[in-house]
Design a protein around this ligand. Structure first.
Ligand SMILES: C[S@@+](CC[C@H](N)C(=O)[O-])C[C@H]1O[C@@H](n2cnc3c(N)ncnc32)[C@H](O)[C@@H]1O
Length: 255
C-alpha cells in the first residue's frame, strides 16, 4: 500500500555496464547498496544483484524474441515504486542513455513529479572494444564512430541508409547482420572491411568472431547472448585472438 501523505522517493537510473559485476561504477554500486527497490533488465546478472541483498528486486527485462514487459507497464511500475519506496534504482544494461528507452522512463517520472538522477555505465561497444583489444578509432585511419541500431519502433520506417562514419558499431544487430553488410557494400564500403562480432562482452561466456563484410553478407551463426557487430578499418589494427586470450572463430576472412 502506498501512503498518500508520504512524499515520493527518488529514482536512480543506473548503468549496470556490459555484464561483468565489477564493471558497474563505484557510484552505481553504492546506490545499489542503499536501494529499497531495484527494477532491473534481463541482462543484469545475479552477481550484480548481490550488491543489493536488502532490496526488493523486480525483473522487468526485455530480451529479443522472448516474452517482454511492455514499456508502458515498466514506466508505471517505476512511478508506483517511487511512491512506495524512498530509494528506487532502475538498473539498465550498459549505459542508460543509449538504446535503453530512458527517455520514456524519465518522461514518466517527470510527469509524476518524481525526482531522479542518472548514473552512467560502460556501454557494450566500449566493453567489446576492450575485450578484443581493438580501439574503435585509429590515428590516420578512423576518426569517427557511430553507435547505431536497425531496430525501429513499430510505426517507424526502416532506415536503409547506414551512418557514414569510419567505424560502425551495430547494437541489436545480430539478426540483421547480413542486411547491414549488403547495405554497406551498396554504400561503397570494401568487401574486405574488417568485422569483429562480440557476444556476451565482458562475461565468462564471451565469444568473438572475426570476419569481413563479404562474409558478413552470409549472416551470423546463432547466438544465445547479446551481440555487437563492429565494422571498419580500425578493427584491422590488432591480432584479436592474442589479446582476447580465447579462441576467436574466423569466418573465411579476406585478410
Ligand atoms: C537494448 S540495447 C541496450 C544497450 C545498453 N544500453 C548499452 O549501453 O550497452 C541491447 C543491445 O546491446 C548490446 N549488448 C548489451 N550488452 C552486451 C554484451 N555484454 N555483449 C555484446 N553486446 C551487448 C547488444 O547489441 C544488445 O542487443
Amino acid at each position: 500500500m502506498t501512503d498518500p501523505y508520504q512524499p515520493p522517493g527518488k529514482v536512480y537510473l543506473i548503468g549496470a555496464g556490459p555484464g561483468a559485476a565489477d564493471l558497474i561504477t563505484v557510484r552505481g554500486a553504492r546506490l545499489l547498496a542503499q536501494a529499497d527497490a531495484v527494477l532491473h533488465d534481463a541482462l543484469v546478472t545475479e552477481e550484480m544483484l548481490a550488491y543489493c541483498p536488502q532490496a526488493v528486486k523486480i525483473n522487468v527485462g526485455k530480451r529479443c524474441g522472448k516474452k517482454s514487459t511492455a514499456q508502458r507497464f515498466i514506466n508505471k511500475l517505476l512511478v508506483n515504486s517511487a511512491r512506495k519506496y524512498q530509494t528506487v534504482v532502475r538498473l539498465k544494461g550498459g549505459d542508460p542513455m543509449l538504446f535503453g528507452r530512458a527517455d520514456e522512463e524519465l518522461h514518466a517520472l517527470e510527469e509524476a513529479g518524481i525526482e531522479y538522477k542518472v548514473v552512467p555505465g560502460i556501454t557494450a561497444a566500449l566493453a567489446a572494444a576492450s575485450a578484443v583489444g581493438v580501439p574503435l578509432t585509429r590515428r590516420g585511419v578512423a576518426r569517427s564512430v557511430a553507435f547505431f541500431t536497425s531496430s525501429t519502433a513499430p510505426d517507424e520506417p526502416d532506415q536503409a541508409k547506414l551512418p557514414d562514419c569510419d567505424t560502425l558499431v551495430q547494437y541489436m544487430g545480430g539478426r540483421e547482420a547480413a542486411l547491414t553488410a549488403q547495405r554497406l557494400l551498396e554504400q561503397g564500403r570494401s568487401a574486405r572491411t574488417p568485422v569483429v562480432v562480440v557476444e556476451n562482452a565482458s562475461l565468462p561466456e564471451q565469444r568473438i568472431l572475426r570476419l569481413d563484410l563479404r562474409t558478413l553478407q552470409l549472416g551470423l551463426p546463432a547466438a544465445s547472448g547479446p551481440v555487437l557487430v563492429m565494422i571498419g578499418e580500425a578493427l584491422a589494427s590488432r591480432n584479436v585472438a592474442l589479446h582476447a586470450q580465447q579462441p576467436v572463430q574466423l569466418l573465411a576472412c579476406a585478410r
